[in-house]
Design a protein around this ligand. Structure first.
Ligand code: AMP
Length: 273
């Protein structure tokens, strides 16, 4: 798709130093005004009144093409507690060639606050899948994935399919878009994520091969810590092009994968993960 008339429209709302909400859409020039309005409305209807809303509109003309990709398949676990969810995440990540050392490091960072100053990062950790070493240049901020959006044509089908699995929170749709872009990056073997929101305990592991494995309980309620880890098998020298893809290159998701409910770890055909 030509990007001649495409723009990124991004919103970030805050109160003092507290981040309240954020979102981004990639739209044609005809839809920029409508999207600015929609995002301002979203910032104002979150419950807490923001004292600052920043909306940024950027032309994507410098990119010759917008890449079109397929969404990851969604496999949603149901009826599992934190122990079972973490066991499933561990097994899936081990089978995606993430070492036990790297997994222990990743869980430790997300459990205890991944930013060197304590607390959450704004972005993600990039981790060597073998050694567990952190490779993101700024460990306080991490790497922020952006410039990914759903094609308008598949939004209603996406919402219907997610709802059929009981996934009606807007976070799932956004997390699936982010995980889909991440899974299409070169060198990224898999991702681990759970929210830093104290009352949102779900998380996921994902990769291009295994899809998006949605896990309902990855932490205890009330814990305000979480994060994202992207496991890579590349060299540190490849990091800047990886970060450029994740943060800057526009990607639109044009096709949906399959949607499944899973009740036990054994339902997951781990050989295919
Ligand atoms: P959330 O799912 O929004 O609660 O985010 C959970 C964690 O993921 C945050 O604490 C950040 O560390 C990380 N994160 C949030 N948004 C992004 C993003 N756009 N790119 C990379 N990491 C992110």
């Amino acid at each position: 798709m030509s990007t001649d008339f495409f723009y990124s429209v991004r919103m970030r709302a805050s109160a003092g130093t507290k981040h309240l909400s954020g979102a981004e859409h990639l739209v044609s020039c005809n839809d920029v005004v409508k999207t600015v309005y929609k995002l301002a409305e979203r910032a104002m209807t979150k419950g807490t009144s923001p004292d600052k809303i920043i909306i940024t509109v950027e032309s994507l003309q410098s990119f010759k093409k917008i890449r079109h990709i397929h969404a990851l398949d969604v496999l949603a676990f149901g009826g599992m507690d934190i122990t079972a969810c973490r066991a499933a995440a561990t097994q899936a990540l081990l089978s995606a060639n993430i070492s036990k050392t790297a997994l222990d490091a990743a869980f430790g960072f997300l459990d205890h606050g991944a930013a060197p100053s304590g607390g959450n990062m704004r972005g993600a950790i990039i981790m060597d899948a073998e050694t567990g070493a952190r490779l993101e240049p700024d460990p306080e901020r991490g790497v922020r994935v952006s410039r990914v959006d759903w094609s308008e044509n598949i939004i209603s089908e996406l919402e219907q399919k997610l709802a059929s699995l009981g996934l009606i929170h807007f976070r799932t749709r956004e997390a699936l878009a982010l995980a889909t872009k991440v899974a299409h990056a070169q060198n990224i073997l898999a991702e681990l994520c759970w929210s830093d929101d104290h009352d949102y305990v779900a998380g996921y592991v994902s990769s291009r091969r295994m899809g998006y494995l949605r896990l309902p309980v990855m932490k205890h309620e009330g814990i305000p810590l979480g994060g994202r880890v992207f496991f890579i098998n590349g060299k540190a020298s490849d990091i800047s092009s990886l970060i450029h893809f994740l943060e800057k290159e526009p990607v639109i998701i044009t096709d949906l994968g399959i949607f499944h409910k899973i009740n036990r770890l054994s339902d997951l055909n781990i050989d295919h993960v």
